[in-house]
Design a protein around this ligand. Structure first.
Ligand SMILES: [Zn+2]
Ligand SMILES: [Zn+2]
Length: 239
């Protein structure tokens, strides 16, 4: 059986610190944003997507705007978004433009033009990242029985909680899920011991071994429970 590229991406990422899926997603969003600016800022399809999305989500809009040296690309893409909202405001009939309805059972009043100003679809970077997330988790789960993946996983930081949950939902057999849970328990128990050491050694009257690798355990604990910073930013997750 030939293995998908995603499998090799995962194996390679498991050798680096942090959740492998999160780390790959950060790369996916970075690459996608770069390509929007470097290649597609004048592409009609991309411009349509910026019109429909009123730009990108807050997080990815600012990530885009933070790319040095490409302010002209940002200008072209956000001009399209601005043009669209102006178009909506200028073509909506007066009646609809200024109308407002209260809802029968309370809640926020509705303004028809405000509804029209809502994005027509998800942020295209979020959608891209979400697709990659599903693909990587599926690849991980489908090949979890392989010895090389399990070996790499044992030596890794482990998946973050959101991606561990996703993987558990997709790993096929009870035996395979048992193995995944057992390794995860080892990883999180080790992290908890590090957190504990960090707190003991940080006490003002502590005498003994200086703080070592556990110095950043608090940061790794945050990443472990919520995913790497900005990796899954504005994504909606299953309940
Ligand atoms: Zn993750
Ligand atoms: Zn986004």
């Amino acid at each position: 059986m030939s293995l998908p590229q995603g499998y090799y991406d995962l194996l390679e990422r498991l050798e680096r610190p942090g959740c492998a899926v999160c780390s790959l997603l950060l790369e996916v969003s970075n690459r996608f944003i770069e390509s929007l600016l470097y290649e597609f800022s004048l592409d009609p399809g991309t411009q349509r997507a910026f019109r429909a999305g009123r730009g990108l989500c807050n997080h990815h809009s600012w990530q885009l705007a933070g790319q040095h040296g490409y302010s002209l690309g940002v200008a072209a893409l956000f001009e399209a978004a601005l043009d669209e909202v102006l178009d909506i405001l200028q073509t909506t009939p007066e009646e609809t433009l200024t109308g407002r309805f209260s809802r029968p059972f309370g809640g926020d009043a509705r303004s028809p033009v405000a509804e029209r100003l809502e994005p027509e679809g998800p942020c295209i970077v979020c959608a891209n990242v979400e697709h990659a997330e599903q693909t990587y988790v599926r690849t991980f789960a489908r090949h979890w029985h392989r010895a090389d993946l399990q070996r790499a996983y044992r030596g890794s930081s482990g998946l973050c909680l959101p991606h561990f949950r996703d993987a558990l939902r997709q790993v096929e057999t009870r035996e395979a899920r048992r193995e995944l849970v057992a390794i995860q328990i080892e990883k999180w128990s080790a992290l908890r011991r590090e957190l504990n050491q960090f707190q003991i050694k940080s006490a003002y009257n502590y005498v003994g071994e200086p703080i070592g690798a556990e110095a950043d355990s608090w940061r790794r604990a945050v990443a472990s429970m919520t995913g790497l910073q900005n990796a899954t930013a504005a994504l909606t997750r299953p309940e």
